[in-house]
Design a protein around this ligand. Sequence first.
Ligand code: NAD
Ligand code: TYD
Length: 352
Amino acid sequence: MILVTGGAGFIGSNFVLDWLAQSDEKIVNLDKLTYAGNLQNLSSLSKDTRHIFVQGDIGNTQLVSQILVQYQPRAIINLAAESHVDRSIHGPEDFIQTNIVGTFHLLEAVRAYWDELEFIAKQNFRFLHVSTDEVYGSLTQNEPAFTEEHRYEPNSPYSASKASSDHLVRAYHHTYGLPMLTTNCSNNYGPFQFPEKLIPLMIVNALAGKSLPVYGDGQQIRDWLFVTDHCSAIRRVLEAGIVGETYNIGGWNEKPNIEIVQIICTLLEDSFPGSAFHKFITYVKDRPGHDRRYAINAMKIERELNWKPAETFETGIRKTIQWYLNNQQWIADIQTGAYRKWIEKNYPKLLS
Ligand code: NAD
Ligand code: TYD
């Protein structure tokens, strides 16, 4: 049994689905179901006894302790977080509460549980903390990509809160000996991503004939990784990562934002002959404190753990666009808020 936090979010739901497609080891999934949590993503598992869903906050030490005692997980994958930079600029408080205070409370519950484990279980236990490349700050055009040794220079409330959680995880290993693993991943894209992030927002807006807002000059660079490659990297780090180490995960896919938006427009135009999506591209006011470039050097995980991404950007973006085209009801349910009602209907016990 493993415990996944944030397993109803974008990466979390892909991780849960991928895990159960490859293993019969059960998952207990603890998710608060914020706006970003969508149990519809896991509807294919609604009758699968290998998936146990618990609605709750990682910051609720009592609840987490109960879950740990009841299910005795051998590992925890911590994906729960507030994750959107723009939201962190408009309202940082939730980011501080979940990403810093929530992680602290989670760690306290895990420390108490781990302390009581028998020798072998204690040795084998792992806490894998999923973090981001944004903790390293911004690169100029010519600087080398982030390695694990790059200093932390977070620039947004989001990245500062993630950096804080990384430091707590590090300290719990160093001070208490908890068997921690940390991963710092680049920008993900793929199925089930909430349409507030660049790629799904552009697909969803284009399909609705709405403008495609490109911040500033559109020349900011991100390093894109297809979400199932991130999931396979997490599984690999869990399986073979050295306790106390951090691993950068990336897809060697640096692209300026404007190029991403243009690729999406071109692929949509191929899907709908005679259509014109490029005309919706609109340059808008830049994001405050906008990081110019992120780039991941993924040599360590490739060399030491023999992990490599399976998708190129070209294959991944096609799969992603096709997924959104095939799942227009999912998009509509998010836009109307119906995905929240789906939970009430299908998981009434959660709300009683
Ligand atoms: P997401 O916003 O889609 O999902 C986050 C999930 O966490 C949601 O289901 C939400 O309900 C849940 N959650 C939020 N607060 C919680 C709390 N207090 N207790 C329990 N659950 C809570 O995010 P995502 O894109 O899936 O990202 C998952 C993790 O990966 C985050 O830690 C994020 O920082 C990290 N990450 C994301 C990316 C990316 O490109 N999306 C890249 C690198 C790292
Ligand atoms: P985003 O998906 O929010 O991820 P992050 O900020 O964590 O990298 O944004 C990716 C890039 O796209 C970032 O440089 C901001 C830019 N962007 C836009 O230009 N327009 C948009 O509407 C959004 C959401 C993002």
